[in-house]
Design a protein around this ligand. Structure first.
Ligand SMILES: NC(=O)c1ccc[n+]([C@@H]2O[C@H](COP(=O)([O-])OP(=O)(O)OC[C@H]3O[C@@H](n4cnc5c(N)ncnc54)[C@H](OP(=O)(O)O)[C@@H]3O)[C@@H](O)[C@H]2O)c1
Length: 270
């Protein structure tokens, strides 16, 4: 029997980090499919403009919530706001994330703490907080955004790669725990994608690097497809999938050097 196609129409989808990059592409693509959106990020002005455009173009409901998700109590605050507005969440897309490049010892402790809060703690707490209602309805989808670097340690992206390894592992295990329910958890692992990510991570990409990056719309489409199929784990892009597969055959100490070399290769000196 053919698998049922997930129907996004009138579903309430909360997207964290919807003000740019992959999150903004999720908002565009899901608005086209008729989903109602809850957009979360710090740059409220951008979210309000997006909300206006999408509501007008697609006749959907869009809520905007300004929230700094790197704060320790961010998930509780966000869910309190969701409750105050009497909203329900059918699909949670844990997309907000930041990177940090450079030697670990050169980064501020507070920077690393913010990264782990945003990429790991808030993602886990939001997941934990939305699950009871989803399980009660026996219906729901959670899509976590991992990364290709979640499959390998990356010197000079040390905390970031470790945070994404957590996301990949957490999502896979949770998806298995929930396998007998109709609540599906997926993880999408993009490779280098054209967004504000590298700039905000302090990593200057060589101009050649731009050309090999994926487009955020294509990455979001692959994430949406994973949700529709209830797929546990997806790496965005064929070349990225092949690279991760081949990396399994590289011994760990060579893998570290290779990954470090590639990250240096893509970094512009200017
Ligand atoms: N681009 C890549 O090459 C790549 C590769 C693999 C994985 N990823 C992952 O993809 C996800 C999306 O990143 P992107 O590439 O689209 O980067 P991006 O363009 O920099 O977008 C990041 C989003 O996260 C939000 N955000 C950052 N800090 C936040 C905070 N403290 N509180 C609330 N929201 C915050 C930003 O909104 P505000 O600034 O308005 O708060 C923005 O909407 C991240 O999880 C990233 O790790 C990206």
């Amino acid at each position: 029997m053919a698998a049922e196609i997930y129907n996004w129409k009138n579903k309430n989808v909360m997207i964290t980090g919807a003000s740019s990059g992959i999150g903004a592409s999720f908002a565009d693509e899901l608005a086209r499919k008729g989903a109602n959106l809850i957009l979360v990020a710090r740059r409220e002005d951008i979210l309000q403009d997006t909300a206006k455009d999408l509501q007008k173009a697609h006749k959907i409901r869009v809520e905007v919530i300004r929230q700094d998700l790197a704060k320790a109590e961010a998930a509780e605050e966000l869910m309190a706001e969701i409750e105050r507005r009497e909203l329900s969440i059918d699909v949670l897309i844990n997309n907000a994330g930041i990177g940090s490049s450079g030697n670990f010892t050169a980064t501020e402790v507070s920077e690393t703490e913010g990264l782990i809060n945003l990429n790991v703690v808030t993602l886990v707490k939001l997941t934990r907080l939305v699950l009871p209602q989803m399980l009660e309805r026996d219906d729901g989808r959670i899509l976590n955004i991992g990364s290709m670097v979640g499959y390998m340690p990356v010197p000079t992206f040390t905390s970031y790669a470790a945070s994404k390894a957590f996301v990949v592992s957490f999502s896979n295990s949770l998806s298995y725990e929930l396998r007998k329910t109709k609540v599906k958890v997926s993880v999408l692992s993009p490779g280098a994608t054209q967004t504000e990510f590298f700039k905000s991570s302090g990593y200057k990409v060589k101009s050649l690097g731009d050309k090999v990056m994926m487009d955020s719309t294509e990455v979001a489409r692959q994430g949406i497809c994973a949700v529709e199929k209830g797929k546990r784990s997806t790496i965005a892009g064929c070349i990225n999938k092949i690279s991760i597969f081949l990396l399994h055959f590289v011994p760990p100490c060579i893998k570290l050097r290779l990954v470090y070399f590639i990250s240096k290769l893509g970094r512009s000196k200017h």
